[in-house]
Design a protein around this ligand. Structure first.
Ligand SMILES: [Zn+2]
Length: 101
């Protein structure tokens, strides 16, 4: 297993998730990473037995979350909203069907 360093992971967060901020702290025998998007009112916590592993968990999960959000925003039906109005005025929840390229 290749060891990971906190500096390497924070460099990747800064490069690939530039709108995110984070703090790390050691609490109750575990490293905690609190990560949030700049201007947002919520944050997400990740833990690990080392600072680097907690940062890696935060980075992996946040990157997956961001990619899923980008896919939703690219949805041609709802543009990421999650619903649309159908003929007759009813609200339909969108399942974000993938469009063949
Ligand atoms: Zn959609």
């Amino acid at each position: 297993m290749i060891p990971i360093s906190s500096a390497a992971v924070t460099a990747r967060i800064a490069a690939e998730l530039p709108t995110y901020r984070w703090i790390t702290k050691f609490s109750r025998g575990r490293w905690l990473v609190r990560i949030w998007e700049w201007g947002d009112c919520r944050s997400y916590d990740y833990t690990g037995d080392t600072e680097a592993r907690a940062l890696k968990a935060a980075f992996d999960a946040t990157l997956a979350f961001e990619r899923a959000r980008q896919r939703r925003l690219a949805c041609p039906y709802c543009k990421g909203l999650g619903w649309y109005i159908v003929t007759g005025g009813d609200k339909e929840m969108c399942r974000h069907p993938q469009v063949a390229a």
